[in-house]
Ligand binder design. Sequence first.
Ligand SMILES: NC(=O)c1ccc[n+]([C@@H]2O[C@H](COP(=O)([O-])OP(=O)(O)OC[C@H]3O[C@@H](n4cnc5c(N)ncnc54)[C@H](OP(=O)(O)O)[C@@H]3O)[C@@H](O)[C@H]2O)c1
Length: 317
Amino acid sequence: MTIDNLKTPKVALGTWAWGDSGETGNRYFGSHLTPAGLEEVVDKAHAAGFTLWDTALVYGMGRSETVLGEVLKRYARSDYQLSTKFNPRIAGTGDDPVADMLEQSLANLGTDYIDLYWIHNPADVARWTPHLIPLLKNGKAKHVGVSNHNLSEIKLADQILGEAGFRVEAIQNHYSLLYRSSEQAGILDYCRNHGVSFFAYMVLEQGALTGKYSSENPLPEGSSRAKNYNSMLPQLKALTDKLASIGQMHGAAAPDVATAWAIAKGTIPIIGVTKPHYIDSLVQANSITLTSNDIAELEALADAANVDTRGFWEQQM
Ligand SMILES: NC(=O)c1ccc[n+]([C@@H]2O[C@H](COP(=O)([O-])OP(=O)(O)OC[C@H]3O[C@@H](n4cnc5c(N)ncnc54)[C@H](OP(=O)(O)O)[C@@H]3O)[C@@H](O)[C@H]2O)c1
């Protein structure tokens, strides 16, 4: 049985872009992150009380986990929580590919347990979910969740874990003003009704919803996110302007309001933090209470933008 319930923070910290650190970063984000800069991010986050770090083996193929493990070394293991993922798409051929991949993550992160271990995508739920059970029993994974699963896959995974006395404790899906498929598919309601935490990823659409990028100042040239988002930036202007104007009333900025929206919808946003001052934005987001009118206006503008931000790895919900 899961002894202690998953303690969920208001906001979690995302490190996919941290895979862009080092000489040969995969440049998905087109960022140039250095361990020294990321140390500052970690120090600022911890000082503000944000201590749940989300990563995955596939982020920069180990680079995100490795740099995260390095910069967290100055802290006691009990002072932060780690969230990382088994990815069926790169499963090995040994007897237990899930346990094997977890060992790689543990080595990269320099730890002997993961607080929240995920199945990254729903390739063969019946095959992979049972492999989480021994990890929960031996304590290498304290809690488990599923990511990018639709409602029937979530229920199947929960049933499989339930037979062993465990459960799907958390869901992690793409959820932003521009991408509300988990809400439309009833996954948010499922989470609310079953006491399951919903972690929302890409709340800022990889920077496209912050108002910082525009046709004049596009996302970094050559990066994957530039290819995905640059052409839609003009359509997002009315929405990012509205985020900024709501922010002004609270002494806050557009991204803070986008994050506050995700909190208001009952989710735990995982925000990709690449610069120390983005932590201030999370503090702001936590202090903003949006009215139902603000939320309705933002969602109407998001719908009017009429863009599809589904990631290439995501299925329709
Ligand atoms: N389970 C999955 O399949 C999955 C998929 C995607 C993401 N995730 C997780 O969710 C996390 C979040 O997603 P994401 O990192 O892809 O995208 P995101 O959180 O939507 O956007 C992150 C980007 O937004 C910009 N940003 C963040 N805070 C800002 C602020 N206060 N002001 C201005 N710009 C700001 C930064 O861009 P610049 O660096 O250009 O400044 C940052 O790289 C990931 O890191 C990962 O942990 C999981």
